[in-house]
Design a protein around this ligand. Structure first.
Ligand SMILES: Nc1ncnc2c1ncn2[C@@H]1O[C@H](COP(=O)(O)OP(=O)(O)OP(=O)(O)O)[C@@H](O)[C@H]1O
Ligand SMILES: [Mg+2]
Length: 499
């Protein structure tokens, strides 16, 4: 039961902090203390789900950061693979192309990943205090000493070395029968296979968590990049079956997942392991309120009193109420200008806070602070979204720009007409966008604009919704569309109230 409104002294303004926009840095600012623990997080933490999908900034790394922290606190060993451990460019330039002998790259990458994961896991288990003798540690130790004692061999190098072994057998001058035998040996991971019972015994005593995050950094959509990720998915499923004390987690951006045919064609293999990160407006309010309470606590406000204040009161203590409107008005304004991703709301709120500090430092912030921040926020988001989809839809920003200065609302005919103008080149767009637009009929382009979050759709007189609110919608039946409010300020959209 919430009892009171919260009033924060203007002194809070100086120290109020909504955190860093990326979880890797946010963890040092207090993420663990203001983490929103969703049922999705619990399913991942329990190990029931090991593949985390989500949009940019939706909180994939946050889940992994908190998971790692808690696992370490509970005595587990945690291995984190970061972008420093993979380079798609290097893979493409090192490995022969698929058509240079059809060497079934996906399978080769899966084997190489299993090899890398097992070696990393054995090294971690053996780092210190591994039980020797009966536990299986001695065998593992001997293998590592004899095969992996060279210092400075990076993780990617280890993976590539295994791929190279496969490539050499596949493409090298070897007699056919010997080739099959040798390949079988490599695919079966013969070098490691006999050690798995020993590793299993080691794992009876130690928990190991492997986290593979930020796989999209440097993504170039190449054959090798795709095989790298689909191979990792396969390896992950196989390694996770060794022991309940061993869990390998992978996170991936939804768009990337959709961009890898080998993954979605095999979707049913992974479906029960996938957790998709979603946020509602209420959960985002909770996320910001937790950060406000955390800042207030740090400044000496009493924890128990803060716990008795509702999330909306926390919000209003900072952003204020709009006179004559519901208490939620300023929050609704902000959240409607997001695609329901935590990073967006953190950035918008931080920009408003900084604008107020510079211009009119009061608490609650002046209502205008939100509009001071909106222009930069809206422009950044338009550019970020276009960048996110640069592989599927190059030049997307210039497609957004084609709607500049127009109305925010479109009935179906008007939108189809606008799309037709884009496809026929009547409206100028970037060169990169021209080639794909040419082959897109209006219905298909409307699908794209909806899918990337640019257009929202109204069904049966309800509110306008986007894919962050309803993942599946039959757009063919939709008669009314609206540009998402996040883009209005950037585009100078005309927003006559026509509701
Ligand atoms: N459950 C949560 N509780 C509190 N804060 C969260 C939560 N999820 C995400 N955040 C915060 O939202 C911001 C974005 O999250 P994060 O960096 O995890 O996104 P991401 O999905 O990894 O994005 P990217 O695709 O760019 O790597 C960070 O500041 C993070 O701390
Ligand atoms: Mg991340």
């Amino acid at each position: 039961m919430y009892v009171a409104d919260l009033a924060l002294s203007p002194k809070v303004l100086e120290r109020l902090d909504f955190g860093a926009p990326a979880a890797e840095r946010d963890i040092a600012r207090g993420l663990e203390h203001y983490f929103v623990e969703s049922p999705a997080f619990n399913r991942v933490q329990s190990g029931a789900k090991t593949i985390v999908l989500g949009s940019r900034g939706s909180g994939k790394s946050a889940i992994f950061q908190v998971l790692a922290k808690r696992a370490r606190d509970a005595g587990a060993r945690v291995i984190e693979l970061t972008p420093d451990d993979y380079s798609y460019e290097l893979l493409s330039s090192t490995m022969a192309a698929e058509n240079a002998g059809s060497w079934a790259k996906h399978g080769a990458y899966a084997a190489a990943w299993k090899y890398l994961l097992y070696v990393m896991i054995m090294k971690e288990a053996g780092r210190k205090g591994m039980r020797l003798g009966r536990g299986g540690g001695a065998e593992v130790h001997r293998y590592l000493r004899d095969n992996h004692s060279q210092v400075g061999m990076g993780r990617l190098a280890l993976l590539v070395s295994y791929l190279k072994r496969l490539e050499n057998v596949k493409l090298g001058p070897i007699e056919a029968g010997a080739r099959t035998r040798e390949l079988d040996r490599l695919y079966q991971l013969e070098e490691i296979h006999s050690l798995l019972p020993a590793l299993h015994r080691v794992l009876d005593d130690v928990r190991i968590v492997v986290l593979v995050d930020e796989l999209d950094r440097g993504w170039d959509s190449s054959e090798d990049a795709q095989a790298f990720i689909s191979g990792l998915f396969q390896a992950c499923v196989s390694v996770n079956s060794l022991h309940p004390n061993l869990r390998v987690y992978v996170s991936l951006r939804q768009e990337l997942y959709d961009d890898i045919p080998a993954l979605y064609e095999d979707a049913q293999k992974y479906r029960d392991l996938v957790e998709t990160v979603h946020w509602t407006a209420e959960a985002l309010l909770e996320l910001i309120a937790k950060r406000i309470r955390h800042s207030a606590r740090e400044l000496g406000y009493d924890s128990e009193s803060l716990a008795r204040v509702s999330d909306m009161s926390c919000w209003n203590a900072v952003f204020g109420r709009v006179p004559g409107q519901p208490v939620s008005a300023s929050f609704t304004y902000v959240v409607e200008r997001t695609l329901h991703r935590p990073r967006e709301i953190i950035e918008f709120c931080t920009a408003a806070l900084e604008a107020a500090r510079d211009r009119k430092p009061t608490m609650p912030l002046p209502l205008a602070a939100i509009s001071w921040a909106e222009h930069g926020y809206s422009a950044d988001r338009a550019k970020d979204i276009a960048a996110e989809f640069r592989f599927q839809y190059p030049g997307l920003l210039s497609v957004f720009d084609a709607f500049r200065g127009g109305d925010c609302r479109y009935d179906r005919d008007a939108l189809e007409y606008a799309c037709l103008e884009l496809a026929t080149g009547e409206v100028r767009v970037d060169h990169g966008a021209q080639w794909w637009l040419e082959s897109y009929d209006p219905d298909r382009l409307i699908e794209v604009l909806w899918h990337v979050g640019f257009m929202t759709a109204r069904v049966n007189g309800g509110p306008f919704v986007g894919p962050h609110q309803v993942p599946y919608l039959n757009l063919a039946g939709v008669k009314q569309f609206q540009i998402h409010p996040m883009f209005w300020n950037y585009l100078g959209t005309i927003t006559r109230e026509t509701r």
